[in-house]
Design a binder for this molecule. Structure first.
Ligand SMILES: Nc1ncnc2c1ncn2[C@@H]1O[C@H](COP(=O)(O)OP(=O)(O)OP(=O)(O)O)[C@@H](O)[C@H]1O
Length: 251
């Protein structure tokens, strides 16, 4: 599925947070949004996953304007792993993941064997199947993050929106998550802080600073020492290992 934003503008209390942001992901592309703290990454993603209506501009899913669709229709097209405090969920892990099936159900339709099978598979994929009966709020931050990813997988959508998905995860699970997301073969738009993760996994990167797009292209095109200096005020060096993989060293 193709996701497009066109000239998105958002202001809070007369302060402009997004100043006309247009991005595009082709079908099955993994698109990274990078930028310093407060640059507007989450705000842009919130406009895409419909928790925030922009003051101006539009979001299109395969050419269809987001707000012209029902919430259920857009939830069948896109699942979200956002940065929230999840701790208040007083549900079991299995129940949380089952919520991912809701957009596929009619009003009052009961969960069936297939829904439970999808939930078990999703939990296995994120290696959380042994936690199915646990109360969600008793999990660690990283475990919660993986359960929320399982919920998004259970939603079986052609697009995923991720807001710093590797936040809370140890290095094993960071790599697991990015490898998994890459293999899903769906469209992904993800805010990413770690530039080496962005370099390793993104097909395309957009750079946000103070609500403006400051760069766009493949990781090789975008992640140059000049851009990193301009955006983050940090000196860096780009090296390629024996596998041809790009690494950013911060000096
Ligand atoms: N509801 C709101 N009311 C007022 N200001 C807000 C609101 N939501 C976000 N902001 C401000 O908008 C700016 C952009 O926030 P946003 O969360 O989009 O940044 P970000 O790039 O995702 O940052 P981070 O890397 O720290 O997660 C910040 O200065 C934030 O304080």
């Amino acid at each position: 599925m193709k996701i497009t934003t066109e000239d998105i503008r958002v202001a809070f209390h007369a302060r402009e947070i997004l100043k006309g942001v247009s991005i595009e992901s082709e079908n099955k592309e993994l698109v990274g949004i990078i930028g310093p703290n407060g640059s507007g990454k989450s705000t842009l993603l919130k406009c895409i996953y419909r928790i925030l209506k922009p003051d101006a501009g539009s979001v299109y899913l395969d050419g269809e304007e987001l707000h012209s669709m029902s919430v259920k229709d857009s939830a069948r097209k896109m699942a979200v792993v956002a940065q929230h405090n999840y701790y208040n969920f007083d549900f079991t892990v299995r129940e949380v993941v089952l919520m991912g099936r809701a957009p596929h159900k009619k009003t009052l339709e009961r969960d069936n064997a297939r829904d439970y099978q999808i939930v078990e598979e999703s939990l296995k994929t994120v290696q959380m199947e042994q936690f199915a009966e646990r109360t969600f709020s008793t999990l660690s931050g990283g475990e919660q993050q993986r359960v929320i990813l399982a919920r998004a997988l259970a939603q079986q959508t052609p697009a995923l929106i991720l807001d710093e998905p590797t936040n809370h995860l140890d290095i094993t699970h960071q790599i697991m998550l990015m490898e998994l997301v890459k293999k899903l073969n769906v469209t992904v738009i993800s805010a990413i802080h770690d530039l080496n993760i962005a370099a390793a996994y993104c097909d395309k990167i957009y750079v946000l600073k103070e609500g403006n797009l400051e760069g766009y292209g493949t990781p090789q095109e975008v992640l140059t020492p000049e851009l990193i200096r301009r955006i983050y005020r940090v000196e860096s060096e780009i090296v390629y290992d024996s596998h041809g993989k790009m690494h950013i060293l911060f000096l």
